[in-house]
Design a binder for this molecule. Structure first.
Ligand code: SF4
Length: 313
């Protein structure tokens, strides 16, 4: 049977835009430099880049554990079972331990599968003190408690399953022919109003509001929802607070302009790494101590900032 050849297609999401803006070289590593790794062996450059592409950080992984556990909370709730804060916390801890075990047993010759946990801290041999793991444990506990017991999250918890519109599903719509991806953590309707929720386990960031507005754009495209009847909620679980923003047309239109500009900028440099020549000027490095320190590719990038260069193990 003939197999379909995978194509390196351009797609857009708020996180891809962030990477593209932060450092073009990092974006190139993540989107192009590993493309085709599955046709090559563990000693190849592409395979090595793919391993780095799959690295996650301790805070990001802890966030995933909370997201996955909350998704499970909703699924249980749909079946009539309400997990307590203690049960949700136990589930977060279980997921965390499981991922930690996977990461500790990582072998560079294993296929770099998505979804398999590989912590950058393990990969780069960073010290993971008891204080840091205790901070993660406390974060999981705070988030579980804020979600299950906090008054701020009550509207989401109490939404009837019949009103749910999204629960962590990856969705997309096309803009200028490019798939634009969005993963609203949770969305439900109350009367005519669509409420879109995003669980945050870190501290508030400047672009959280923009990210949520890209979900509003998605809701307009996907469900043809009236933009002026959408309310966005950023739930900062670790701080136990929720910030809510009713969508205003001006801000939504500004977000649409940013998406449009970003998609066009990516289209200008997009190429097929297996067919087309690499143009180095399209992918300049933007090294800085702060961006390189958290970059997954800091161990293989020749432009890494000196202050972020990992120690060789
Ligand atoms: S290490 Fe720094 S310069 Fe290199 S890709 Fe990452 S962010 Fe860019």
């Amino acid at each position: 049977m003939a197999t379909t050849e995978l194509k390196c297609e351009l797609s857009w999401s708020a996180s891809r835009r962030k990477e593209f803006e932060r450092c073009r070289k990092e974006y190139h590593y993540g989107r192009y430099a590993s493309w085709g790794w599955w046709k090559e062996g563990p000693d190849s450059e592409r395979w090595k880049v793919a391993i780095h592409k799959n690295l996650t950080s301790l805070p990001a992984f802890a966030g995933n554990c909370v997201h996955d556990s909350i998704q499970h909370w909703f699924e249980m709730s749909r079946g009539g079972v309400r997990m307590t804060a203690a049960e949700l916390y136990e589930e977060c801890v279980h997921r965390f331990r499981e991922g930690w075990r996977q990461s500790s047993a990582f072998d560079p010759r294993d296929r770099p599968k998505r979804g398999k946990v590989h912590l950058a801290e393990h990969h780069y041999g960073e010290e993971l003190s008891k204080e840091r793991t205790e901070e993660v444990r406390a974060l999981l506990e705070r988030c579980a408690r804020a979600f299950v017991e906090g008054a701020a999250c009550a509207p989401a918890r109490e939404a009837h399953p019949d009103s749910w519109r999204a629960l962590e599903e990856l969705g997309h719509y096309r803009f200028l022919g490019v798939p634009v991806y969005a993963v609203p953590d949770f969305a439900y309707v109350d009367g005519d109003v669509l409420h879109v929720w995003d669980w945050k386990t870190g501290t508030p960031r400047g672009d959280d509001r923009f990210q949520l507005h890209t979900y509003a754009l998605y809701a307009c495209e996907k469900w043809s929802h009236d933009p002026e009847a959408i309310v966005l909620h950023a739930a900062y679980l670790s701080e136990g607070k929720v910030e809510s923003w009713p969508v205003e047309l001006g801000e939504l239109s500004a977000a649409q302009d940013v998406v449009s500009e970003s998609v066009r900028a990516m289209m200008e440099v997009h190429y097929d790494p297996l067919e087309d020549p690499f143009v180095p000027e399209h992918w300049p490095a933007s090294p800085s101590a702060s961006t390189c320190r958290t970059c997954r590719f800091r161990g293989i990038c020749s432009d890494v900032h000196a202050a972020a260069r990992p120690r060789l193990r």
